[in-house]
Design a protein around this ligand. Structure first.
Ligand code: UD1
Ligand code: UDP
Length: 369
């Protein structure tokens, strides 16, 4: 019988980072690849799956407006349990640190289905930061059969936690596969921008920034826009009501700030390529921007992606209003400081991560009796 691999995706970044793996598995004639959407995100997930021409074979339709973590987790666990029992996959793969991934690892553990964790081994060492992602990946990591680690740092984190070296594969991050596949298309950004202005691209959605930190971030963006008429800020706003409401209330009426709906992946990459500077709390953006030679100011206190920080192309600025303004202003005013951060480096991968992951599974299935 052809072995069955079930790829589980729940949110936007999981769809982006699993797309290259799903494509590579679909190209294998000796593997039956099935895709399960938990739809922890609804619109954002559908947008990305459509962009990569991936159709989910199964859909749990989990998302509810302003969902709590406990309610989301319980819906996911019950839904996943049912699907895993009916599908009986030989292997399950999921990517990252969302509640979908933690629940998938746990549901597989209960049914003793081997679980492969894509983007394994990222750690800040602080369970509350980022919240709840650090806890999600630590829990998933305890229940994982194959740890597909994107960097040597991630491998070292896993070894330090006692994971056997034979259970870890250093693959690179599949986001670079997705980025290279997409950047090559050279998509247009359908938002009219002023060609005479430098573009500052912004994203923000982290739970630990909800409330006052996000207000500080928005105030910093407003101040930057008012002080610098020669820039244009483009902010595709995450649909989470905790983000959307504050962003529109505080930034909706500033002339050189454009708030827009989340962009499809290809236009978002076009926006990154067109940008001068990126300000973001996103994990994926921290990995993509260095490969495109774009400096990122990260709106977080800690990052599980220290490689680009060590290379000097990504800087943590937290959610302090004055600090954000000061650091961004420096990059706008000081060409040397800017150039030092605008070097194209790619510490997160070479675009072949998905092929390495599929190699590991192919070898496993060949060795199976
Ligand atoms: C989730 C992940 C986070 C990841 C982020 C990527 C968890 C706990 N959080 O955060 O790790 O970095 O996705 O974007 O796993 N919503 C919509 N439409 C959508 C998506 C979300 O309306 O397509 C709204 C809904 O009201 C939903 C809320 O956003 O309840 C929160 O979604 P949720 O997935 O729980 O958290 P995110 O903040 O998106
Ligand atoms: N992204 C996108 N459209 C947007 C904003 C982001 O396609 O409008 C992509 C971005 O390139 C990156 C991913 O979404 O690959 C990051 O998702 P998000 O910030 O939601 O999650 P995180 O990476 O922080 O978990």
């Amino acid at each position: 019988m052809t072995p069955k691999v079930l790829c589980i995706v729940g949110t936007r970044p999981e769809a982006i980072k699993m797309a290259p793996v799903i494509k590579a598995l679909q190209a294998e004639k000796n593997i039956d690849c099935r895709v399960l959407a938990t739809a922890q995100h609804r619109g954002l997930l559908d947008q990305i799956l459509q962009g990569f021409a991936i159709t989910a074979d199964l859909d749990l339709d989990t998302m509810r407006p302003n969902q709590s973590l406990a309610a989301l987790t319980s819906r996911l666990l019950l839904g996943l349990d049912g699907v895993l029992q009916s599908e009986q996959p030989d292997v399950v793969l999921a990517q990252g640190d969302t509640t979908t991934v933690m629940s998938a690892a746990l549901a597989c553990f209960y049914l003793q289905i081997p679980f492969g964790h894509v983007e394994a081994g990222l750690r800040t060492g602080d369970l509350r930061n980022p919240f709840p992602e650090e806890a999600n990946r630590v829990i998933a990591g305890k229940l994982t059969r194959w740890h597909f680690a994107p960097t040597q740092r991630a491998v070292d984190n896993l070894l330090r936690e006692g994971v056997a070296a034979s259970d870890i594969a250093l693959t690179g991050n599949t986001v670079i596969d997705a980025l290279l596949m997409t950047a090559a298309q050279d998509s247009a950004l359908a938002i009219p921008l002023d060609p005479g202005k430098r573009l500052v691209l912004v994203t923000s959605h982290r739970r630990e920034n909800f409330g006052e930190p996000l207000q500080n971030i928005c105030q910093a963006l407003k101040r930057l826009a008012e002080r610098n008429p020669g820039i244009q800020i483009l902010y595709p706003v995450h649909p989470n009501p905790n983000v959307k409401d504050i962003a529109h209330r505080l930034l909706g009426r500033t002339r050189n700030i454009i708030l827009c709906a989340p962009l499809d992946y290809a236009p978002f990459i076009a926006a990154m390529k067109r940008s001068y500077l990126i300000i973001s709390d996103s994990g994926g953006v921290q990995e993509e921007a260095p490969a495109l030679g774009k400096p990122v100011l990260v709106l977080r206190e800690a990052t599980e992606r220290p490689e680009a920080v060590d290379l000097g192309v990504v800087k943590l600025v937290g959610a302090n209003r004055d600090n954000i303004v000061e650091q961004a202003q420096r990059l706008l005013d000081d060409p040397q400081a800017y150039q030092a951060m605008a070097r194209g480096v790619s510490p997160y991968g070479d675009g072949k991560a998905a092929a390495r992951i599929v190699d590991v599974l192919r070898q496993y299935f060949q060795a199976c009796p």
